[in-house]
Structure formats: structure tokens, C-alpha cells
Design a protein around this ligand. Sequence first.
Ligand SMILES: Nc1ncnc2c1ncn2[C@@H]1O[C@H](COP(=O)(O)OP(=O)(O)OP(=O)(O)O)[C@@H](O)[C@H]1O
Ligand SMILES: [Mg+2]
Length: 209
Amino acid sequence: MKRLLVANAKGGSGKSTLATNLAGMFAARRLRVVLADMDRQQSAARWLARRPAGFPAIHGWLPDSDRDALKAYDPQWVVYDSPAGLHGNKLEELIKRADLVLVPVVPSVLDMDASVDFIEALAAQKAVRRGDSSIALVANRVAPQTLAARELENFLAAWDLPVLTQLHDAQVYVQCAASGASLFDLPRSRAAPEIERWDPLQHWIAQHL
Ligand SMILES: Nc1ncnc2c1ncn2[C@@H]1O[C@H](COP(=O)(O)OP(=O)(O)OP(=O)(O)O)[C@@H](O)[C@H]1O
Ligand SMILES: [Mg+2]
């Protein structure tokens, strides 16, 4: 079982969007996947409740759910969606569990400022320093060719961490959020061109298996 945590202390950076689409990506490959919603807002759990029957299965999990049931399901992947404001012991606990950590950052000065402390706190975690958890950054909600996009690119490049991809600001994510779907459940014509921006993410995950 591999565990992938999506985290950024900044609210609205795209954690739930990334986590739900990653769960959809694993499910589309017919892997047994659990979407663990660690956020009291339960955006990921609600998304899962909207997921149409007949779509590739994603198993939901909440912190008060039965751990034995999770073990019995024997997932190949657990994707953790985490709350805004994650820090201290809770951050440490989730990082300890995670093999991979993805940090989405959106192109706004306020978001970038707020992400600095978080990325530093992540990099300082014991599990990360020991190499037990690997971190990568993802630019999210990018409007290409804008000043904000360039600023985000420079901001992300300044860290000694891989920057996997630039997900665009695209209505398809909003439609997926509303319907319990991921890009990977849609007909190719509706998911393109955005779905191609997930290829580097998939490669990074595959490299860490
Ligand atoms: N790439 C994108 N293109 C368009 N809309 C997006 C994109 N990513 C996220 N959004 C939208 O931005 C809003 C915030 O995204 P999301 O809920 O994923 O962020 P979050 O980090 O989980 O927020 P919170 O900290 O509140 O949990 C949502 O309405 C979502 O649909
Ligand atoms: Mg969320």
C-alpha cells in the first residue's frame, strides 16, 4: 500500500481538486484506491457521495471510520485530502504516514507568501529529511501567458523540489467537482487538453513505486 498526501496550509489552493482527481486516476487504472478525507469540511467525502454508480470504484475513509474495514479492503493506494491550516503535530503525523506529498500552489502573491512557511515546515520534517517521504510541487489554476503565471513559475523554481506540472484554470475541474467525476472518468474530448498536464504527475508517482 502506498500513501499519497495532498497538502498546503493555504486554503483554496486546490488540495481537494488534486486529491479527488488523483483518486479518480488510480480508479481508472482499476487500482484499489481509498480517498481519505482528513478535512472537517469533507469536500472530498461529499464529492465521493456525488460519484455516479458505475464509475470506477473509490473507497471513502474518514478519521472516525473503521480501520479494520480499511485493512480488509487492502488498498493499493490511499490518497489523503488534508485541511487548510495544517501544521504542528497533525502535519507531522500525516507526513509520517505519507510516501508521497503533493503541494498545490495557485498564482497569487498571498498564496505564495502563505505557502513559504508551509513548504519550509514540510522540508524540515524528519520523514522528509530521512527520505521516507518525497515532496513535489504542482502549479494549479494557472492562466498561461499571464504575469501571475510567470511569478508562480519563478516562485516554485526557487525551491529545491520537483515542480511537476502546471494545471490550468479550467472549467472542467469545476464540473468534475460538482458531479463526483474526475478528468479520468470523462470522454477524452472533454478532458483534453487538461488531462495531458497530468502525465508528468503520473510519471513522478510511477518513479516512486
Ligand atoms: N485548476 C482549477 N481550475 C478551476 N477551478 C479550480 C481549479 N482548482 C481548484 N479549483 C476550484 O477552486 C476552488 C478551491 O479548490 P479546492 O476546494 O480544491 O481547494 P482546497 O485547497 O481543497 O480548499 P480548502 O483549503 O478550503 O480545503 C474550488 O471551487 C475548485 O473547484
Ligand atoms: Mg479542500
